[in-house]
Write a protein that binds this ligand. Structure first.
Ligand SMILES: [Zn+2]
Length: 156
């Protein structure tokens, strides 16, 4: 299984967010949805799942594609960090459950993202919802430029 630096220490968050941006470059293009990458990393640096938008289905979000690769009862989820290039959504048109709700259905205690979703398609309060539910949420706007670049056709 792929592995890397254990989350939360030093440069680990930057390392894994760069990986999400790399993954987002594989997204099938869309004029109506963001291209996003996501990786779920155990506390020892083992990758539990990876995903990107529209990977298995045109309605796929990166977070759900990544979480699909992890068994729901995997005990490592309780110490894992979910990295997403974009703030996890709080509402969506294509599926009943938002990515924030999907994360809240897991024990994943920590979420790190680079770019706060611009109010382009829906108004997002995913970070607030996760924090309100007691999850640790880390924003790294210093790493958002790569995410903006991948989505330049949407936001100019
Ligand atoms: Zn989503």
């Amino acid at each position: 299984m792929r592995a890397g630096p254990p989350p939360a220490g030093g440069e680990a968050d930057a390392h894994w967010l760069r990986r999400t941006v790399e993954l987002s470059r594989s997204c099938p293009p869309s004029d109506t949805a963001f291209s996003v990458g996501c990786v779920v990393v155990a506390d020892d640096g083992t990758v539990l799942g990876e995903g990107y938008s529209r990977r298995d289905d045109p309605g796929d979000h990166a977070e759900e594609a990544a979480l699909r690769e992890v068994a729901a009862d995997d005990p490592r989820l309780a110490g894992a960090t979910l990295y997403s290039s974009l703030e996890p959504c709080s509402s969506r048109s294509s599926r009943p459950r938002s990515c924030s709700a999907l994360v809240l259905a897991t024990p994943v205690p920590r979420v790190v993202f680079a770019w706060r979703e611009p109010a382009l398609f829906v108004d997002c309060d995913g970070a607030e919802r996760l924090r309100a539910a007691g999850r640790t949420v880390v924003e790294r706007p210093d790493l958002a430029s790569g995410v903006r670049e991948v989505n330049a056709h949407l936001v100019g």
